[in-house]
Write a protein that binds this ligand. Structure first.
Ligand code: DX5
Ligand code: ZN
Length: 216
């Protein structure tokens, strides 16, 4: 099975100190950093765009996993590639041609991920699974950090793991020590956690707990 990848969500960090927050998470054992990009249109919230990724990239080599909660995801591929994004994870609900978008992302030199909202059936993944570097199964409605984990999304993870033993399967939304075992047992190996890591007394211990759960 694929390796664990623990990705703190920088949405829960102090945006005024993004450099130190990013370095703090890497020193606490983060494998990658999850960057929530929201455009106020695909979701009812605005966060950051490519200029912020470009600024942060100057201070770290860590994998920057950009979760694109945007309409028209085709529009930002080149900007994010130039800014130093490692992974461009678009929402399947936001495009009419996922396959062409994946090709565009790869041609720009990034890894391609595809995110699936809670109400979207998992079947949308099947036609493009072979070309994807990662699938993101949302466990909350995208738009805000700090929401409650939706356990009813987890069967989708199980279905994907059954069909694709080597696929990187990411879960995102409301994940923490209390529910990580459910997601990990279903086969998720890329774990996003915002509130539970940044709010922990020891972020390092929180990250370790998530990793241990994926490994067991
Ligand atoms: C929600 C975002 C998540 C969020 C996770 O729209 O995609 O990445 O930041 O934060 P927590 O872990 O607090 O739910
Ligand atoms: Zn996210």
């Amino acid at each position: 099975p694929p390796k664990p990848n623990i990705a703190p969500s920088m949405l829960a960090s102090d945006f005024a100190n993004l450099e130190s927050e990013a370095k703090r998470m890497v020193s606490c054992g983060a494998d990658s950093l999850h960057m929530d990009i929201m455009d106020g249109h695909f979701v009812p919230n605005i966060t950051m765009g490519a200029p912020v990724i470009k600024s942060l990239r100057k201070h770290t080599d860590v994998l920057l996993d950009c979760h694109m909660m945007v309409s028209n995801p085709e529009q930002w591929v080149d900007d994010f590639a130039k800014s130093g994004a490692s992974m461009y994870c678009f929402h399947v609900e936001a495009t009419s041609d996922p396959s062409a978008l994946i090709d565009k992302i790869h041609a720009a030199g990034m890894k391609a991920g595809m995110a699936v909202k809670p109400k979207t059936p998992v079947d949308v993944v099947f036609p493009v699974a072979d070309k994807l570097d990662q699938v993101l199964i949302m466990t909350v409605e995208p738009g805000f950090g700090g929401q409650k984990f939706m356990a009813d999304c987890i069967p989708k993870v199980e279905v994907l793991r059954g069909r694709y033993p080597n696929l990187d399967i990411q879960v995102d939304g409301g994940i923490g020590p209390d529910n990580i075992d459910i997601a990990a047992a279903a086969g998720a190996n890329v774990i996003v956690a915002g509130t539970s890591v940044f709010g922990a007394e020891s972020p390092k211990a929180a990250i370790e707990k998530l990793r241990t759960s994926v490994l067991t």
